[in-house]
Design a binder for this molecule. Structure first.
Ligand SMILES: CC(C)(COP(=O)(O)OP(=O)(O)OC[C@H]1O[C@@H](n2cnc3c(N)ncnc32)[C@H](O)[C@@H]1OP(=O)(O)O)[C@@H](O)C(=O)NCCC(=O)NCCS
Length: 235
């Protein structure tokens, strides 16, 4: 049987979906503020193998979150740069291209995502929902440039805000759309008490790294990793 949405490990819960829609690859998303213990990761890994998954891929993990996975035989699949900038309250930016995202626009947003990200990083409906629900508060905005041309999802947990997703259609890039979306995200997050904003991106995404540095984000030393492991005797 493939597909238990939440695995209960006693002291922690882990959400499990299909990675990029693939039936036998588990996407592992820890649902806890504290890192899992090594024994919890071993138990999780055994359960996934018993559930007929042939491999597991984690969400992006920080160094302490990754440690118990390394100890349980997981290895690095991808490295992500983590960037941060302090934010403070400011007057509301007004860019008439920005609107609240509507449910009926989701297919168009996923099409933009598919055109702007390499296949490995593309969102589907599930990952879009996950990004919106990852934090207690979230803002989901679209940008219109004749047609829907980009979107951003931002979340806040405590005083930290997270730019969860940002994509602009290639036909509409270099027109200040991402800049406007991030300005809006920063204004919203600071108004709700956030003092810092974090964002991660593939470490070879030069356009995004240049863009974020242009907006005052600085790369942190503690990069994130996506980890993977074969399960149940599969290579
Ligand atoms: C990164 C991305 C969001 C930028 O969107 P955009 O709307 O084109 O960005 P803007 O027009 O607001 O750019 C603002 C500034 O950022 C810098 N910048 C943006 N894209 C750049 C690129 N491809 N190369 C170099 N610098 C870039 C420039 O300084 C630019 O100012 P300028 O056009 O006056 O020179 C867009 O390229 C994209 O969607 N990429 C694919 C998805 C992605 O990587 N998302 C973010 C990572 S999670």
């Amino acid at each position: 049987m493939v597909g238990r949405p939440v695995i209960d490990l006693g002291t922690a819960h882990v959400r499990v979906g299909r990675w990029r829609g693939q039936e036998r690859i588990a996407h592992v998303v820890p649902m806890t503020d504290r890192p899992l213990t090594t024994s919890a990761v071993v138990e999780l890994t055994d359960k996934l193998g018993a559930d007929d998954y042939h491999s597991a891929v984690t969400t992006a993990l920080g160094p302490s979150e990754a440690r118990p996975f390394y100890r349980s035989g997981y290895t690095v699949r991808r490295r992500l740069a983590l960037l941060e900038r302090p934010i403070e309250r400011r007057s509301r930016p007004r860019d008439r291209r920005l609107r609240r995202a509507r449910r009926h626009e989701r297919d168009a947003l996923l099409a933009i995502d598919a055109r702007s990200f390499p296949e490995e990083w593309r969102f589907d409906h599930q990952s879009l929902d996950d990004a919106v629900r990852a934090t207690p508060m979230a803002r989901f905005r679209t940008a219109h440039d004749g047609t829907v041309a980009g979107y951003a999802i931002t979340g806040i947990a405590g005083t930290t805000s997270f730019l969860q997703r940002l994509a602009v259609d290639p036909d509409h890039q270099r027109r200040g759309i991402a800049n406007a979306l991030v300005d809006d995200a920063v204004w919203w997050a600071a108004r709700r008490g956030a003092v810092t904003m974090l964002v991660n991106t593939a470490e070879d995404n030069d356009a995004a790294l240049t863009f974020y540095e242009h907006l005052g984000f600085q790369r942190r030393e503690d990069d994130l990793v996506v980890l993977q492991r074969a399960l149940g005797g599969h290579d």
